[in-house]
Design a protein around this ligand. Sequence first.
Ligand SMILES: Nc1ncnc2c1ncn2[C@@H]1O[C@H](COP(=O)(O)OP(=O)(O)OP(=O)(O)O)[C@@H](O)[C@H]1O
Ligand SMILES: [Mg+2]
Length: 356
Amino acid sequence: MEHVRLHEVSKFYGQVLAVDRLSLSINQGESVALLGPSGCGKTTTLNLLAGFLQPDGGTIRIADRDVAGLPPNKRNLGMVFQSYALFPHMTVAENVAFGLKLRRVESAERERRLKEALDMVRLGGFADRFPRQLSGGQQQRVALARAIIVQPDIMLYDEPLSNLDAKLREEMRSELLDIQDRIRITSIYVTHDQEEALALADRVAVMSNGCVEQIGTPDEVYEKPATGFVAKFLGESNVLPGTVARADGTSVVVDLGGHSVHCQTSERFSAGDRVEVVVRTERLAVSPERLSTDNCFKARLHHAIYLGGTIRYLVQLGDHRLIMVEKNRGDRAALSEGSEVYVGWPAKDSLLVKLP
Ligand SMILES: Nc1ncnc2c1ncn2[C@@H]1O[C@H](COP(=O)(O)OP(=O)(O)OP(=O)(O)O)[C@@H](O)[C@H]1O
Ligand SMILES: [Mg+2]
């Protein structure tokens, strides 16, 4: 069942078009991530939903009701931001219960829900502390408990984990997943961190320049990018410009200037089309011996960078510098820099982007 619908919503700041006829539909209980580069309009979209901003065009419907002109406090939303925005002079308990007090929930009920909310974010023992006595991750949990306790219909998150260090971010990510599983509330999660979007959302809306380029499940947007922007924005890729030499149904051969690359695609291409072949760094293989895969080329290993869990290879293929990332299983002798190697990948891992 549809819960939130944005239909051709636009927003200007003066001359700047921040959101450009954006359409998006979110189902009841679904978690959707808005993912895109800085300045693409994610926060603006969230603020339009929350009612802090009014659209210059289009409509926003929540639970089948046009919310134009409806103030934020009448939309029953919970919000968690990058900055925790806790009240510094209030304890954790006072911060979390604040919304219930405003709503005049009686004190026994307030205590019960406070305990439940603090337990949910694993801060049971912290009720009497002040925000300054908490770590960043703990403060963010207080902000989350404060939003959840009022039982909002929809949760809006704007980069809630981006102030946390990498390890804590990972931890909070799985906690958020747990909490989402338990409360199953419609959630919109803004981030420019792709892993976070892929990990947390049922569907990911990839945005650029104020509109949604593609919306799909995490593996749809990653494996079947609908546009060149999505192909290049998600993951880490090698982008190789070339010209289509032959196209035969789903099978296309691209000339990179000396190297012929086999590609598989569901789109139509014809000989002479200018294209980019996009290959994710984790789909390439490098080896001292010839590889039995659709594309295999002799190349030179320029650099091998040891990163612990992975090894990153920089390989020179003609004019192209390829990056590839391999899992370090600890079972193979290091390839020596400067040596001749083979680099290869399957045709299905060559994403094709048509150039204008
Ligand atoms: N108050 C404002 N006045 C003028 N321009 C603004 C204002 N807020 C945002 N913008 C502009 O609108 C566009 C979209 O901004 P928005 O904050 O929605 O981007 P974002 O996707 O959230 O980016 P980030 O990832 O950096 O947070 C940008 O070009 C930005 O410079
Ligand atoms: Mg933002």
